[in-house]
Ligand binder design. Structure first.
Ligand code: FES
Length: 109
């Protein structure tokens, strides 16, 4: 695959800052695609998933108040680390490796 121009030699792609995540509650990058959330609020404990719903390909949304991903198309629900909670999807969201370096959030698809 053609390298994303911002992919680092170690394979990680910068997607935003901790400050941005704290303010918005989630960060969505449509190019990867990736959706990054806090596992614990305001911590460096983060999760990143491919937000493409395995049912029919809609993009799931993060519901911070319920701490779950919800698919707007047919209502599938997933935990913060992407595991399937409720169908019609038959499998979970694909998790990515995510880490924080200083203030920067990095994802490895
Ligand atoms: Fe997500 Fe159908 S596409 S539940």
């Amino acid at each position: 695959t053609a390298a994303n121009p911002s992919t680092r030699p170690d394979g990680f792609i910068p997607v935003g800052t901790l400050q941005e995540l704290n303010e918005k509650g989630s960060i969505f990058n449509s190019k990867i695609p990736a959706l990054i959330i806090h596992n614990q609020k305001n911590s460096q404990d983060i999760f990143a998933v491919n937000p493409t719903c395995p049912h029919a390909g809609c993009v799931v949304k993060w519901k911070g108040n319920k701490e779950e991903f919800l698919c707007p198309c047919h209502g599938s629900q997933f935990t913060a680390n992407g595991q399937l909670m409720k169908g019609p999807a038959h499998q979970g969201l694909k998790p990515y490796i995510a880490k924080v370096e200083g203030n920067l959030i990095l994802v490895k698809p």
